[in-house]
Design a binder for this molecule. Sequence first.
Ligand SMILES: NC(=O)c1ccc[n+]([C@@H]2O[C@H](COP(=O)([O-])OP(=O)(O)OC[C@H]3O[C@@H](n4cnc5c(N)ncnc54)[C@H](OP(=O)(O)O)[C@@H]3O)[C@@H](O)[C@H]2O)c1
Length: 273
Amino acid sequence: MDRYAVLGQPVAHSLSPRIHAQFARQAGAEISYQAIEVAPANLAERLAELHAQGYRGLNLTVPHKAAGAAACVSAGAAALRAGAVNTLVRLEQGWHGENTDGPGLVQDLAGNLGVALAGRRILVLGAGGAARGIVEPLLRQAPAELVVAGRNPWKAEELAAAFKTLGPIRPCTFLALKGDRFDIVLNATSAGHRGEAPRLPAGLLAAGALAYDLNYGRAAAPFLEWAQAQGAQQRSDGLGMLVEQAAEAFALWRGLRPSTAPVLQALRSDAAG
Ligand SMILES: NC(=O)c1ccc[n+]([C@@H]2O[C@H](COP(=O)([O-])OP(=O)(O)OC[C@H]3O[C@@H](n4cnc5c(N)ncnc54)[C@H](OP(=O)(O)O)[C@@H]3O)[C@@H](O)[C@H]2O)c1
């Protein structure tokens, strides 16, 4: 049986084992997929152990995406530029790293939600690992402008500088967003895990704008409530992104992209029930 796992801290809450079990059923494959709690100090050692034990692939979640990139023997170009990996593919000599968060987000926005990205003004809130993973795939969709706003201006500045050759990207502080308007606002901060939304000026949403939180469940509520109060006509959490990034990882491991709609539907009805 081919073995896979997601490594994180905390990781017990992860939906990835359920998602990959459903993908495997669709593919008629017998796999095991575990959630393994790993402290940052032990990551490199655990990655080497799981490779020695014959694991076929791994996912990395908070807080391991950047350190995981450094532990890989090779990585895809977008993962290298992001400096963050969420999917490891087994090579004989070690782990190859990829970042499927960005492709997963773009697939959820453009494919599942039917939102056009070309020519739109996009705002990314936050300048952490998730923001680094989504910026390149977003720029590849040819937006009119992509603004990255963070509470730490230096992090936003560094992020924009790292991607500026790929398209129109500009760093900003939350306060300096005042007076700007966006068609798509993506919350890539972790503020929701503390029951907060980032502190933003009013009036950021253009008519018909989409407000999208990469978080899901309770962590998405504060930002989506802010968006509702600001009159957002479309709002979504990041559950679709989670399922789509998992499908991209499954395809890298097994050469077959599973159908995501039934899996997303099952997760949504569980959450509602
Ligand atoms: N749906 C999915 O598939 C998916 C995939 C990836 C990530 N995510 C979610 O996306 C979120 C971000 O993940 P990450 O890996 O980027 O985490 P991270 O590297 O820890 O970065 C978190 C970012 O949020 C900012 N932040 C935290 N609290 C804030 C507040 N109160 N106001 C404003 N900004 C605040 C941080 O600012 P500082 O830099 O100043 O600390 C940082 O820029 C997480 O909650 C994660 O669960 C979802």
